[in-house]
Write a protein that binds this ligand. Structure first.
Ligand SMILES: [Zn+2]
Ligand SMILES: [Zn+2]
Length: 127
């Protein structure tokens, strides 16, 4: 018997190039070498406090101080809030509450902040 809900497993590289990612599209970051029992690569860079490898489906925001990338959700922020940011500093690098640096109260209100955001091209959201 054949399972009709078959998954499509892409390589990580191909996955990032997909136009449309369906619910049955997965990617495999590692190659398993049955001969040696080893995965290649044997390590992967992880980001955020959840220590997840970069996922092209997830928008991430870069801390200006430590240059690490964070998921808005892991910062208790929405993606929209993240996009409004002028600059982002993660919790580790931020001064504790009460010791905030003098904030510039600019009212230029440009919605596109200068904060660095990382997200796969194909996930561009419609307005
Ligand atoms: Zn995270
Ligand atoms: Zn930081």
């Amino acid at each position: 018997m054949r399972n009709p809900h078959k998954c499509i497993v892409h390589t990580f590289k191909n996955y990032t190039k997909l136009e449309d990612v369906g619910p049955e599209d997965y990617f495999c970051r590692f190659e398993y070498k049955a001969a040696t029992g080893a995965f290649t690569p044997d390590r992967v860079a992880v980001y955020c406090k959840c220590e997840m490898p970069y996922n092209p489906d997830d928008l991430m925001v870069q801390c200006e101080a430590c240059k690490d990338w964070y998921h808005p959700a892991c910062l208790n922020m929405t993606i929209e809030q993240t996009k409004q940011l002028d600059s982002f500093t993660c919790h580790e690098c931020s001064p504790l509450d009460g010791k905030r640096p003098p904030s510039r109260t600019s009212t230029s209100g440009v919605p596109n902040g200068k904060v660095n955001l990382k997200q796969a091209q194909h996930k561009r959201q419609k307005k």
